[in-house]
Ligand binder design. Structure first.
Ligand code: SF4
Length: 494
């Protein structure tokens, strides 16, 4: 029986235990014991198996699954880190053969050791991977990630636009990034309810102690604010046992909170022993007897984040506190001028509608460019023009028209469809630049093209088509687009 699919269909609150495969027999035995219990507070339970959480050499989710003494219908993850289309298709086939018909598709965080500008590392984008999986297996249960814990307008709005693409690509449910901000949990729930076909959401939760907050410093896209940290330190100063008990209590309250908000279930991270599960269950039972609505829940949640003598905890960073629906930013005049210049040049040369474009198209489709030398010359010419102008890597299929002329190759992960979850106040997960999708959002907003960010599903670039000129392919492709020319649209949440 597929626990997750059944629970989502029957709208029963579900508990997904996160398991990160490590070569440790004790870890497997401990998760076996948790899964043998089969439920938390009577809620059905299953397991999700992380993929490449540490490194590409991690045990694969399918190998990990085979190592459990009682294999269960788990939810494997697929991370696009350092992967191509054929890796996904191979995993799908293996899963099909094993009778596993559910998958959580992620782009993945930064591959350890990946430095921009050094060895190019490709990331198979979650939007494209979802499309492939949906096309290959129309009836599978497919999940996608969403990170609503964003506090600048650009990064937050871009997350939701990308989530719209994930829905269009075939996502059946969302699992949120780990987070502690109840207002953002509410925000994500309101967003999904406004979608034409709302899908269930699972909240990823963890009991938070000072030690874990320190560990999360190294996890991109997770927000632990200074005031949260001060309170965790004060708890730890009292005693380890006190801090531990408070963290479990908060986790129980958070589970109850997201359940009251309408979440379909929880994705529990950091529970490795049956004793931890039982401790959580005891606190859940305690609070469930006292809390039946959000009015009762809110003061209990607030109290769980208070320590005598400390100011109130805030869950947004001190520098920013954007909420969905707030609209403040716009592109600079330079960014707008750049867009209009690029758009004008693109229309002139690549629209296929005017004489110059048609002549250019005719020229680059001549047989001479199909020869080895001709192809090299054309590749060099395109690179010489577009690299200094746009950061182009001559990927062989130009996506600039779909990315507001901001080249996806300038994202260290090469993402075209929208941001990964790793931004922090618009800064890229790699720390060396502003996230290109934040710039893209400001530009799209200023030129009234935000529909592009939600509607244009951009396929992945195949490995074998890279590093060649895109021009012959552009003019050989049909002139009509898969998605309609975008019209101005309102901001998310407005
Ligand atoms: S540019 Fe944005 S999407 Fe690309 S890696 Fe950096 S944070 Fe992620």
């Amino acid at each position: 029986m597929n626990v997750l699919k059944t629970a989502l269909r029957e709208q029963r609150f579900v508990c997904v235990m996160e398991f990160v495969p490590k070569p440790s027999a004790e870890r497997f035995a401990a998760m076996d014991a948790i899964l043998a219990r089969g439920h938390l507070c009577g809620w059905p339970m299953t397991v999700a198996i992380g993929d490449r959480v540490g490194s590409p050499l991690d045990m694969s989710p399918l190998d990990a699954l085979a190592s459990f003494s009682n294999p269960v219908p788990a939810l494997p993850h697929f991370s696009g880190k350092d992967r191509e289309r054929h890796h996904l298709l191979a995993q799908l086939q293996r899963m099909d053969a094993a009778g596993l018909h559910q998958l959580l598709v992620l782009t993945g965080d930064r591959l350890p050791g990946h430095q921009p500008g050094e060895r190019p590392v490709r990331y198979l984008e979650s939007v494209a991977a979802l499309q492939m999986a949906r096309q290959a297996y129309p009836h599978w249960l497919l999940g996608a990630a969403l990170n609503p814990f964003k506090y600048c307008e650009e990064e937050g709005a871009a997350q939701y636009f990308k989530a719209e693409k994930k829905l269009a690509a075939g996502a059946d449910f969302f699992t949120l990034q780990l987070g502690f901000d109840a207002a953002k949990h509410q925000e994500a729930m309101h967003w999904v309810r406004r979608q034409p076909a709302p899908k269930p959401i699972l909240a990823c939760l963890m009991s938070l102690t000072q030690g874990r907050a320190n560990m999360l410093d190294h996890v991109a896209g997770v927000t632990v604010t200074p005031s949260m940290r001060h309170m965790l330190e004060a708890e730890a100063a009292q005693s380890k046992a006190f801090a531990q008990a408070r963290s479990v209590d908060r986790l129980a309250l958070q589970v109850i909170g997201v359940k009251l908000m309408g979440y379909a279930g929880v994705h529990l991270s950091g529970i490795h022993e049956i004793s931890q599960l039982l401790a959580l269950e005891a606190r859940l039972e305690h609070w469930q007897a006292q809390i039946t609505d959000m009015a009762q829940w809110a003061p209990a949640w607030q109290a769980s984040w208070q320590m005598p003598g400390l100011p109130a905890v805030t869950f947004h960073p001190p520098q920013a506190a954007w909420r969905q629906g707030e609209s403040r930013v716009t592109a600079t005049l330079t960014q707008q001028a750049r867009y209009h210049l690029m758009h004008g040049m693109h229309s002139l040369l690549f629209s296929r509608r005017n004489g110059l474009s048609q002549a250019f198209g005719w020229a680059v489709r001549q047989p001479v460019w199909s020869t080895r030398l001709g192809a090299q010359v054309l590749h060099t010419a395109e690179r010489a023009v577009k690299r200094p102008l746009l950061g182009c890597d001559t990927c062989g299929r130009c996506r600039l028209e779909d990315t507001l002329y901001i080249c996806p190759e300038t994202c260290p992960k090469g993402l075209a469809n929208g941001p990964c979850g790793g931004t922090a106040l618009n800064r890229c997960e790699f720390g060396d630049r502003e996230c290109i999708h934040s710039v893209k959002y400001r530009t799209a907003k200023a030129v009234q093209q935000t529909a592009v960010l939600a509607e244009r599903l951009i396929p992945c670039i195949e490995e074998h088509t890279r590093h060649r000129s895109s021009w012959p392919q552009w003019f050989g492709a049909p002139a009509t687009r898969a998605t309609p020319q975008s019209a101005p649209r309102s901001q998310p949440g407005s």
